[in-house]
Design a protein around this ligand. Structure first.
Ligand SMILES: [Zn+2]
Length: 322
């Protein structure tokens, strides 16, 4: 990405092993994330450009000397950040806080929207997939790199469990995944009611559906001040609001009203690596099909069109088959 609205396909040097903990992955599938649309709308123009993409799966082509448990030819997926998966933070399920970890597309690390990626901390990061590279399950497996785990993180941090009433704010890919994740955890609904209204009107509808009390948990999957306010309006006193949308605000209404209502505010960046092993069997056995969020597939040349389609809301989520 060379600036807002300016995505180009460029030839760059092939990735190579830099550190003994690296692996080189040839990308089989990648995706455009809703969060990629933030720089697509706002990035200042540059000459260098920035490698894009943090959702990908592919085949290992090479491994550094210290990589264990993985070898050339393995089909693997990566969570959207890399991490050693062994340190103090990783052991506590906070791989996004790993001091040896980082983000794709930064600090000399490739983005996932390309033909190949150098993956740092490969042993801790990559998850081996027990399917063929042409499996029909790749669509759903792709969502474990980010969106489905992010929806799951919202549901987990909001303490969704059997019988809990849940409202999901946001109808993007993460919001739809949050619906599936909440249902998977036993929420007392299955997208039973769809509230199209937003703001006060939406809050009123949610309250009508819950005997005037509001829901036990709200999963806020957008990240705007308006959707945060809607979430506080829709949650019952003593309930939980979990935020996983990238916030477009720096402060919010967390004063006296929330204290008097005993609302818990939680959520944050999703430590996807922490969740993948637990969710994987349900995807492999077809009990959950989050791959249905993809509604368009492009080749590498079609990536600029994919950004346009998502930014223009002609597409919910774009899959890349390089
Ligand atoms: Zn770590």
């Amino acid at each position: 990405m060379y600036g807002a609205g300016d995505v180009r396909i460029a030839d760059v040097p092939d990735p190579a092993i830099h550190a003994p903990t690296d692996a080189i992955v040839r990308v089989v599938r990648a995706a455009i994330c809703g969060s990629d649309l933030y720089p697509y709308r706002s990035m200042p123009a540059t000459n260098q450009g920035r490698p894009m993409g943090h959702e990908f799966l592919g085949i290992i082509e090479d491994t550094g000397a210290e990589v264990t448990g993985l070898r050339r030819g393995d089909l693997v997926l990566s969570p959207f950040t890399y991490a050693d998966n062994t340190c103090f933070w990783c052991r506590r399920g906070l791989q996004t806080s790993c001091p040896h970890g980082g983000r794709y597309g930064f600090d000399g690390v490739d983005g996932g929207q390309g033909e190949a990626v150098r993956v740092p901390q490969a042993s801790g990061t990559l998850v081996k997939l027990p399917v063929a590279a042409d499996s029909a399950l790749l669509l759903s497996l792709m969502t474990l790199t980010d969106v489905f785990c992010t929806g799951h993180h919202a549901a987990v941090t909001a303490q969704v469990g059997p019988g809990v009433s849940v409202a999901v704010v946001g109808d993007g890919a993460v919001g739809l995944c949050a619906v599936l994740a909440a249902k998977r955890l036993g929420a007392g609904f299955g997208a039973t009611d769809i509230v199209l209204a937003s703001g006060d009107e939406g809050v009123e509808e949610v309250r009508k559906l819950t005997g005037g009390h509001g829901v036990d948990a709200v999963l806020e999957c957008v990240g705007s001040m308006q959707t945060l306010s809607t979430s506080f309006g829709a949650v019952r006193d003593g309930g939980v609001v979990s935020r996983v949308g990238v916030p477009s605000y720096a402060d919010g209404p967390i004063g006296m009203d929330m204290i008097m209502r005993n609302i818990t505010l939680t959520g944050g960046v999703d430590p996807a690596r922490h969740y993948i092993d637990g969710i994987l069997p349900d995807v492999l056995e077809g009990r959950v099909e989050p791959g249905r969020v993809f509604d368009r597939t492009v080749g590498l040349d079609g990536v600029p069109d994919g950004y346009r389609a998502m930014a223009g809301r002609q597409s919910l989520k774009v899959l890349i088959a390089p």
